[in-house]
Write a protein of this length. Structure first.
Length: 277
């Protein structure tokens, strides 16, 4: 597909407003916003009304943008449910993106090992601006599983043990600025509030790991540890039904997590060195 054609087709045609012309940058920002909103629902999909309400854009504007994104393959629309989903072109572009290393691949062995020894569900969450994205998951053998997250779901930092662990590991000023920026978004996530997170961060820093119990998903608890220590870009969390993560077991699970995280940090360093050669 011609790159110039894609760039032109993604710009929405807005009715003229006196003294307020839409720039190309604003059009790109809207496209990215639209894709993020649809992605936030994972495999659940979203209808146009939900997208308009979340984005704050007029439904007519959303319709034009969604129609164009669907035509370009960036979104798919189910004709029966009328829901929009991420499209095949995004998958293709994702495969072509070549980071210095793929963190989910580096972490796979550690996640599988932790799932084996704890028998619980293990998540990898990577920081993306003010949010954390679940990029990998491993399932343990315990018959009652915590499946609160699908791979690809993004949530504000602080929602979930992985995102909370990243906040715990960040400098206090940076963590506070993120909480302030995300405060309006926390309202739809159970009992998550800015004051609650500040206290949870304080406790997490003292304990050396983040802990949440029935805050976002009732009956589910999780602990998380961020890494690397000097630049927390991701976190591993262990999630289970609340009864499996009572106080006597949390420290033991954290003890099992730390050597696996150290091995990941070593692998990250080695991969970065090789990539720079």
């Amino acid at each position: 597909m011609n790159k110039k054609a894609i760039a032109v087709s993604l710009e929405t045609k807005e009715p003229p407003h006196s003294g307020n012309s839409k720039t190309g940058t604003q059009s790109i920002e809207r496209v990215v916003q639209m894709l993020r909103i649809v992605a936030s629902r994972g495999r659940g999909g979203m209808r146009i009304g939900e997208i308009a309400a979340t984005s704050g854009l007029p439904q007519s504007t959303c319709f034009r943008m969604l129609h164009r994104l669907e035509a370009e393959g960036l979104l798919n629309r189910d004709m029966h449910t009328r829901k929009y989903y991420l499209g095949p072109l995004l998958y293709e572009l994702g495969l072509l993106a070549r980071p210095r290393y793929r963190l989910s691949e580096l972490c796979d062995g550690a996640l599988q090992k932790l799932a084996e020894v704890t028998q619980d569900t293990i998540y990898l969450s990577e920081r993306s601006g003010l949010e954390a994205v679940c990029t990998h998951r491993a399932l343990g053998d315990y018959p009652i599983k915590s499946l609160a997250l699908d791979v690809g779901i993004r949530r504000p930092l602080g929602v979930g043990a992985g995102g909370l662990a990243i906040l715990c590991a960040l400098p206090p000023d940076e963590a506070e600025s993120i909480i302030d920026a995300n405060a309006p978004k926390y309202e739809k996530y159970g009992f998550v509030t800015a004051p609650y997170l500040r206290e949870a961060i304080k406790v997490g820093r003292d304990k050396g790991y983040a802990f949440l119990d029935s805050v976002v998903t009732p009956g589910t608890a999780a602990i998380g540890i961020a890494f690397p220590p000097d630049n927390p870009i991701a976190a591993i969390s262990v999630a289970a039904i609340s009864g499996r993560l009572e106080s006597h077991r949390r420290d033991e699970v954290a003890r099992l997590m730390r050597p696996q995280i150290r091995s990941i940090c070593e692998a990250m360093t080695n991969q970065a060195v090789l990539a720079d050669r």
